[in-house]
Design a protein around this ligand. Structure first.
Ligand SMILES: *Cc1c(COP(=O)(O)O)cnc(C)c1O
Length: 388
């Protein structure tokens, strides 16, 4: 425990800081599968690295501290983390998910957990009154993203936490888009936070990882049991990389958001842009709620060009901003949700929830803002139909 009062310091000094044995300021990479035992039943707290590993422990205690939870758990991917959380439920249980969540979250419920008799329903979680009427006795959890992927729909997290408590069910927030630097759902009463740490927490598009944080010792015991039993753990080297990345999260997010605000303003005032989705824009859906529960609007923006533009040409005319899946890295990335991140959602459902074929999702990086804006400006100009 260091002496600090702010999250910028916790990012660097939080969890288990440094190495007691040598004084190294960084937690060593304990690249080991097993641990020598002194005698039968006598060991130093570690027996086998699926169950526990000191490098993973350092990361797990760090994310627990940052999210203000009781315990943290590190997994091989965001989906492994989500799978572990969904393993809390059993045949006959239903999970309500936000109407736009990550495509993989929809897919694992629709195609994997359905085999075990666990159902899901998609609801507009932004409307709390409507949501409460959907909590039938089979509903055991609410799984929310705010802002949600890819339309950046904002849900009132404290409101969701209240509803869940009132009905004795579990509230789960996928906090990937915001990170604990911008939003801490557990402080708002949420039970479980999940992360694809592949995104902002990793921050450099060079690793795949997932995290879970829980608000009670009961849930901590259950998730630890599931983590050890199903085995989708994060490796020591990747745990080290993630600790290293999280140290710079504050400065990276500040620049991501500063650039995103400039990009959102640019798009909003551009005659070729039909619609901009960004929770940091005053008058956007849920702006006030987001301001209340998060530091700012984050750095993800979705938008649609007017009919006069060819979206294929737009993507191929971008030269700095890369066309790629994923988000949250230092480099600006753009994607087409309908054919990429959300392709696993059937077209009828996509259209119903507003993920149109014209939707473009932008993860604003930390490059120089003028370079980002120039690239977007040129690609919009060159994608004009009939422009020669
Ligand atoms: C990427 C992502 C996931 C899945 O995480 P992986 O690390 O790719 O397995 C889950 N939720 C959100 C919001 C994501 O963006």
């Amino acid at each position: 425990m260091g002496t600090y009062n702010h999250i910028e310091s916790a990012l660097i000094h939080g969890g288990i800081y440094g190495d007691e044995k040598t004084g190294a300021v960084n937690t060593p990479i304990y690249q080991t599968s097993t641990y020598m035992q002194e005698s039968l039943g006598k060991h130093k707290g570690y027996e086998y690295s699926r169950t526990g590993n000191p490098t993973r422990d350092a990361l797990e205690s760090l994310i627990a501290e940052l999210e203000g939870g009781k315990a943290g758990f590190a997994f091989a991917s965001g989906m492994a983390a989500i799978a572990a959380v969904l393993s809390l439920f059993k045949i006959g249980d239903t999970v309500i998910i936000s109407s736009n969540v990550y495509g993989g979250t929809f897919r694992i419920l629709d195609k994997v957990f359905s085999h075990f008799g666990i159902s899901y329903r998609i609801e507009d979680t932004a409307d709390l009154n409507m949501l409460e009427t959907k909590i039938t006795p089979d509903v055991k959890a609410l799984l929310i993203e705010s802002p949600a992927n890819p339309l950046l729909t904002v849900t009132d997290l404290a409101g969701v936490a209240r509803l869940a408590k009132k009905h004795g069910i579990i509230s789960i927030v996928d906090n990937t888009f915001m990170t604990p630097y911008l939003q801490r759902p557990i402080e708002l009463g949420i039970d479980i936070v999940v992360h694809s740490a592949t995104k902002y927490l990793g921050g450099h598009s060079d690793l795949i990882a997932g995290l879970v944080v829980v608000n009670s010792t009961g849930l901590a015991e259950q998730i630890h049991f599931i983590q050890n039993a199903t085995g989708g753990i994060l490796q020591p080297f990747d745990s080290f990389l993630l600790i290293r990345s999280i140290k710079t999260l504050g400065v990276r997010m500040d620049r991501h958001v500063e650039n995103a605000v400039a990009v959102a303003d640019f798009l909003k005032s551009h005659e070729s842009v039909k619609q901009v989705y960004y929770p940091g824009l005053p008058k956007s859906q849920g702006y006030d709620v987001n301001q209340k529960q998060a530091k700012n609007g984050g750095a993800m923006i979705s938008f649609e060009l007017t009919e006069g533009h060819d979206i294929r040409t737009f993507f191929s005319e971008l030269h700095l901003v890369a066309l790629a899946e994923s988000l949250g890295g230092v480099e600006s990335l753009v994607c087409h949700p309908a054919s990429m991140t959300h392709a696993s959602i059937p077209k009828e459902i996509r259209e119903k929830v507003g993920i149109t074929d014209g939707l473009i999702r932008l993860s604003v990086g930390i490059e120089n803002i003028d370079d980002i804006l120039n690239d977007l400006k040129n690609a919009i100009q060159n994608s004009r139909r009939n422009s020669k």
